[in-house]
Design a protein around this ligand. Structure first.
Ligand SMILES: Cc1ncc(COP(=O)(O)O)c(C=O)c1O
Length: 398
């Protein structure tokens, strides 16, 4: 037997959790509160069909769409990112400092290739996005969990951990956090940007949910407060355009982008030219604003239904977050309940969710009584049915 690389062992735990999400999603009969997909009805099928048709028919753009493109990404889409997605949020970005990547998650992979040696420390939130942990561990980084509260990651604890572990990255999902749904406050964002500069650490800001705000006030990205280039902003088109298009972007300093160029070429040459040009045109035609308005309204009401179901149907003493946007509600069941066991039974009753335990790098059963529930892709009536099924199973555990 040829031995597998050591990284396979190191990533195994996180990989098992992540692959579980994808497997649960394969059964169309299951009401799946486990995977953060956007609502199918928000996917802009008709507009994209028209755009694709027109662009492919064009004698210049058509062949360009089907040819090799720029490793850094097509200029049109980088301009859209700078002008439509970043400038209104208070981030002044030069398209030359943006790279288009193959889905938001690729940024974590490329940055690890650039910066991470086996054994390097990466600070993560507790709980954190397990798919990124899978990548960090694939590069044999040591993930160091830092406490979070209702306002997001605690900056004093981050500073302590930076001093103690000298990490390469502080990885944060600041807005409508995955899995908790919480949002990092303005003051803490400023503080994190400052900590990155003071200790010369990368603040890796992963912000794919920020446009999905359905209540409360907008807060600028951490990147807006970065004076030294230590904050790297990763984002994705998956939640606001199409996850199947596999488009994302990263904003960093010119030096980092120049190095990422080589890493990207060595990894997969470039991101899909066809979809980049279609996506850029979609934004240029101004379809995005209306799309966002409809999407936010849909998620607002679905989130409301889900929260009502938790309050009404789940055991007394259950706590939950109140997200102001994004796709996730985080539920903490009273001590003694076991969400990991619940998930196994739930599969037989055609309902699924993400068990909380998988989002804690601490292990040892931490988060066993927690659940991440996503409402984005599930119609209200189905949310009610799925939540009733879960409540009935919880009643058996209680
Ligand atoms: C926090 C976070 N980062 C990154 C991603 C990556 O998204 P994608 O690779 O689909 O663009 C996701 C998707 O669920 C996410 O929740």
């Amino acid at each position: 037997m040829i031995p597998y690389a050591k990284r396979i062992q190191e990533m195994a735990c996180a990989a098992e959790v992540v692959s579980g999400f994808f497997k649960a999603n394969a059964d169309p009969e299951t009401i799946n509160f486990g995977i953060g997909s956007p609502a199918k009805e928000t996917l802009p099928r008709e507009q994209l069909r028209q755009i694709a048709n027109e662009l492919l028919s064009d004698p210049v753009t058509g062949p360009r769409m089907l040819s090799y493109g720029a490793p850094q990404g097509e200029r049109e889409l980088r301009e859209v990112v700078a002008e439509v997605l970043l400038r209104p949020k208070g981030v002044e970005a030069d398209p030359d400092n943006i790279m288009i990547v193959n889905g938001g998650i690729e940024t974590m992979n490329l940055l690890c290739q650039l910066f991470i040696e086996p054994g390097d420390a990466i600070i993560v939130e507790s709980p954190t996005f397990v798919h990124s942990v899978e990548i960090f561990e694939m590069f044999q980084a040591k993930c160091i969990p830092v406490e979070t509260d209702d306002d997001g990651i605690c900056p004093d604890a981050v500073e302590e951990a930076i001093k103690r572990y000298r990490p390469k990255f502080v990885y944060v999902v600041p807005t409508f956090h995955n899995p908790s749904g919480r949002t990092l406050t303005l003051e803490r964002r400023k503080r994190l940007a400052e900590l990155g500069s003071r200790y010369d650490v990368v603040i890796l800001e992963d912000d794919p949910y920020r446009d999905l705000r359905f209540s409360g006030e907008e807060i600028p990205p951490i990147k807006a407060f970065d004076k030294t280039g230590n904050t790297i902003l990763a984002n994705s088109f998956s939640k606001i355009f199409s996850p199947g298009a596999r488009l994302g972007y990263v904003l960093a300093t010119p030096e980092i982008i120049e190095k990422l160029f080589d890493i990207k070429v060595a990894t997969n040459s470039q991101t899909n030219t066809t979809l980049q040009l279609i996506c850029a045109e979609y934004f240029k035609r101004g379809y995005f604003a209306e799309h966002l308005e409809k999407t936010r309204a849909l998620y607002r009401s679905r989130c409301q239904v889900m929260m009502e179901c938790v309050d009404k149907l789940f055991p007394a003493g259950t706590k939950r977050t109140t997200p102001e946007g994004g796709l996730f509600v985080w539920v903490t069941l009273p001590e003694g309940y076991d969400a990991t066991e619940l998930l196994k039974k739930a599969a037989q009753h055609k309902v699924s969710f993400a068990a909380g335990e998988g989002f804690f790098v601490e292990g040892g059963g931490m988060g066993k009584n927690c659940m991440r529930l996503t409402y984005g892709a599930i119609p209200e009536e189905k949310i009610r049915i799925g939540m009733e099924r879960l409540a009935a199973l919880l009643a058996e555990q209680g």
